[in-house]
Design a protein around this ligand. Structure first.
Ligand code: ADP
Ligand code: ADP
Length: 229
């Protein structure tokens, strides 16, 4: 049973075609890396999966449920699809712990204590537990991105989407974030990652999707792109 199934998806802005006839199936546990030049539609494609962008044609299914612009449907899909962006979007005036515990987890009926346990569990997983009481501006960009990943994981998503999670980071911060993503991958998380980090792609990708001008022009195993390690 595929976790994500995209069939004949098209997306346009006015008369500009941003995505054309996208077909992509991602099985449970599979890791897909999406690469291609800037403006080729990578971000738009993954944003359609949780309807941060609405597609105009074709279908997207997440875990068997069709993704539609209906708000109820979108809420359900976003509980199952975690997303991490270039920017971390943490609330600067809340502690790291509060960034995780206030909001989505509580809204799902967890008690304060349950939300805190869950948050600490995921902060440990991304190696930030010692910083739980600090505020986002006190953390490095790499640490903040790991917090953003933990915040997503608190929702217990079935799949994680990453949109250039390391592109805004100083070079020395990148490895720590990639290590967390590699650990997630090794634990079996289903992932679609837009990234230029080819070392990461080679290490974790089951398939690499190459996009250009709004189309998927090639899908291959990483060795086919990068050669044997
Ligand atoms: P990538 O992630 O590969 O860099 P994007 O998915 O961000 O590419 O963008 C694909 C194309 O769609 C780009 O040419 C971009 O300028 C265009 N685009 C994205 N969002 C909009 C929008 N809201 N309105 C018009 N064009 C857009
Ligand atoms: P990123 O690559 O970090 O996802 P972008 O700079 O491509 O971000 O886009 C930021 C926002 O601007 C997105 O919401 C995107 O839809 C919008 N956008 C991108 N290109 C255009 C464009 N040509 N016209 C209008 N909006 C755009």
């Amino acid at each position: 049973n595929p976790l994500v199934e995209i069939r004949g998806m098209c997306k346009w802005y006015g008369d500009f075609s941003a995505l054309f006839d996208i077909n992509l199936t991602v099985a449970e546990g599979e890791k897909v890396v999406v690469c291609g030049p800037s403006g080729s539609g990578k971000s738009t494609m993954i944003r359609c999966i949780n309807q941060l962008e609405a597609h105009q044609k074709g279908t997207i299914h997440v875990d068997g449920v069709e993704v539609t612009p209906d708000m109820k449907n979108i809420e359900q899909i976003r509980r199952e699809v975690g997303m991490v962006f270039q920017g971390f979007n943490l609330f600067p005036h809340m502690s790291i712990l509060d960034n995780l515990t206030l909001g989505p987890i509580r809204n799902r009926g967890a008690t304060k204590a349950e939300a805190k346990d869950l948050a600490m569990h995921y902060l440990e997983r991304v190696h930030i537990a010692e910083q739980a009481d600090k505020f986002p501006p006190q953390l490095s960009g790499g640490q903040q991105q790991r917090v953003a990943i933990a915040r997503s994981l608190c929702m217990k998503p079935k799949i994680m989407l990453f949109d250039e999670p390391t592109s805004a980071l100083d070079p020395e911060m990148i490895a720590g974030v990639l290590d967390v993503m590699i650990e997630l991958a090794e634990e079996g998380m289903t992932m679609i990652c837009v990234t230029h980090e080819m070392g990461f792609a080679r290490k974790v990708a089951d398939r690499v999707v190459f996009m250009d001008e709004g189309e998927i022009i090639e899908v291959a195993h990483p060795e086919a792109f990068f050669g044997d390690p």
